[in-house]
Write a protein that binds this ligand. Structure first.
Ligand SMILES: Nc1ncnc2c1ncn2[C@@H]1O[C@H](COP(=O)(O)OP(=O)(O)OP(=O)(O)O)[C@@H](O)[C@H]1O
Ligand SMILES: [Mg+2]
Length: 166
């Protein structure tokens, strides 16, 4: 009789991999599976760009690169943070009235992501209640729903996102 119980990963691999937090990985060796915790790393990037809608995609790519450097591989997490970036950068470009936008995305070792978008303009985001026929007014609703917190400091809109604590 084996002294060792069947590893959970052998019994329910699909379920386990779905439930594994972002910072846990598996190693398979000799037919056995071990889990290990990947350390989160600090990573950040900052850039300024023209207030041109094509730069939204640039900011999304930079975000994916920063999260990758931080060790975040969960596609849902990356997609969610990119969505936050898209909404806030688009707002800065569309609703701001300066020529340039400054963008910064940072992830710390605790898995806290901070997005900062400075539109160098005096306006501020409002959370609207979009009706069925309204073409806009949903971006900030998404931000309030998905972000842990958000706000406006001076001319900068910021939001935070907490990656699963793994
Ligand atoms: N950076 C900003 N500067 C000034 N006003 C802003 C800014 N961001 C948002 N707003 C204001 O807040 C409102 C709500 O923003 P929200 O992103 O929810 O909607 P939207 O940008 O109008 O449409 P969409 O659903 O396409 O994002 C905007 O219509 C705008 O009036
Ligand atoms: Mg918007």
């Amino acid at each position: 009789m084996s002294m060792h119980p069947t590893p959970l990963a052998h019994r329910t691999p699909a379920l386990l991999s779905r439930r594994l937090p972002d910072r846990l990985d598996t190693i398979r060796a000799g037919g056995e599976t071990a889990t290990w915790r990947r350390p989160m790393r600090n990573a950040h990037a900052e850039m300024s760009f023209d207030a041109d809608p094509r730069r939204v995609e640039t900011a999304r790519r930079v975000t994916a690169a920063v999260l990758g450097r931080a060790g975040i591989r969960d596609r849902d997490v990356v997609a969610t943070v990119q969505l936050l970036v898209s909404e806030i950068v688009t707002n800065a470009i569309v609703h701001g009235n300066a020529n340039s936008v400054s963008f910064r995305v940072a992830c710390d070792t605790a898995g806290e992501v901070l997005i900062e978008v400075d539109d160098h303009s005096s306006g501020a985001p409002e959370v609207r209640e979009a009706g069925p026929d309204d073409e806009g007014g949903r971006g900030m609703q998404l931000v309030t729903f998905l972000a842990r917190d958000w706000g406006r400091k001076g001319t900068c809109t910021w939001c935070t996102f907490a990656v699963g604590s793994g």
